[in-house]
Design a binder for this molecule. Sequence first.
Ligand code: SF4
Length: 477
Amino acid sequence: MAEIKTRQFKQSAERALRDPQLQAAHARLEHFRTARAAAIAETGQEQWAALQKEARAIKWHTLEHLDHYLGQLATNVERAGGKVFFASTAHEANEYVLDLARRKGVRTVVKSKSMVSEEMGIAELLEKQGIRRVETDLGEYIVQLAHEPPYHIVAPAVHKSKEQVAELFAKELGVPRVADIPGLTAIARQTLRQEFLRADMGMTGANFAVAESGTIAIVTNEGNGRMCSTLPRIHVATMGMERVVPSFRDLGVFLKLLTRSATGQRITSYVSLFSGPRRRDEEDGPEEFHLVILDNGRSRLLGDPELRESLLCIRCGACLNACPVYTTVGGHAYGWVYSGPIGAVVTPVMIGLPKARDLPFASTLCGACKDVCPLKIDLPRMLLTLRREQTQGRVQNRTNTLTEGLLIRAWYLSVRFAWSYRLATRLASWFQRPFVRRGRLRWLPPPLGAWTRARDFPAVASRPFRSRWKKLEKETR
Ligand code: SF4
C-alpha cells in the first residue's frame, strides 16, 4: 500500500495545489513558525546554540553505543517489572501486540499519538482482529473519524477547518453541529472519557526512553497520554530504537529542544514519566507494562554513513513547517507516515527507495529545514545522496524522462565554463522576453510550463549583475 501511495506523490501534490481549503490550512502553520521563533528568542541564541551542540553530541554518542544503551534500558525496564520486546520489523512488533491482546482478552484499545504505531500500522490490524481502537489525541481522533492518516507529525488534523470537524462529529457521533472549538473539544472529551474507562489496553509512543532508569517519557498537551498509560490494565509503549537517551540529565536537554521546536512552548502541559507497571503499594497505573522497541530499517540507516544523521531526529516537525514544498503540498502527498523533509529522507530507506522514488525530489534544497532543525540535521545533503543513488543507477527503476535528461545536460554545460554561463544567461534573457510580466515569469510553454503551473519565477535580469557591477565601479571611481 505504501508503494502505491508514494508513487502518487505528483498527483496528490497537484490535487493539494488546487484545493483552496488545504492551501488555507497550510497558512495556519505560520503559527508554529512564529511560536518557535519567539521561544528561541526568549531562550537566547547563544543558549539555543549551546543546547543544539550538546544534543548532537549526546545523540552521536548514544548512536555509537546504541547496543549498550538499549541493553541498559531493557534491563532497567525489566527490573521495574516491565517486559521488553525488540522487533526487527513492523510485522514482528504487530504480532507481539496482537498476540498480547488476544491472550489477555483485550476488547478495546485506547491510543495516544505515536508515529511509530502509525509506522507499524497497528490500528488497522487491531480492528481486523475485532478489537476496538480509539485514538485519544484530539487531532488523531478527528483523522480516525475521517478515515484519514495524520497530516502532520505534531498536528495530525491541521488540514481540517472547525466547520469540517463540526460536520464530521455530527455525522460520526450523532451530536448537534457545534462549530466553535471549545464546544468541539467538549464533545470529544465527553466521548473519549467513556473510552478510557472501558479500555483494557492503552498504547502510547515514547518521545524518549532513559537507559539509566528504564523510564519512558511522553510529551503531550492534552493529558490523554497519561490516561492511556494509567487507566487500562495493560500499557504498551512503542518506540523507535533511536529514542533512547543515556540519562535523566540528557532527557532535560532534549525536552527543552523538542517543546520549543515543535510548538514554541517552554514545556508542554504534560510531561509524563513511567517506569514499569504499578507497584504493590501504588494506587494508580497498569498491571502490566510492555515496551516494544522497533528497528524497521533503522539499522540500515545506522549502517549508512551518508544517511545515519537522520537518526538524530526527535520528530519535532519544525522542518515540515519551514519547508516550502510541505507547506504547499501538505502531508498526505508524501503517501506514508513521515512527511516533509525528514519523511523524504527516512521513508525511502524504510520502505525502499524504488517504492518512494519521488520523495527525495520533493524538495527545493533551499536549506530551510536544516536551519530550523533543533539537531541541525543536514537534510538537504541526505536528499542529494538519495537523488544521486537514483540517478547513478543504484535504483534501477527511476524513469528520468528524455526532457529531464536533456535539460540537466544543458544546465551542466551552461554552468561549466564562465563563457558558457554568460552566453546562457544572455540567451535566457532574450528568449524569455515574450513571457515576462512585471519582472516575473508567470507562464512558460511546455516542457517548462510544469514549473509555472503552480508558481512564478523571477525573470532573468536583462543586464547581468557583472556588467552592472562594472558600470557601478566605473561611476564611483
Ligand atoms: S529533522 Fe529536525 S526539524 Fe525535522 S522533525 Fe526531525 S528534529 Fe525536527
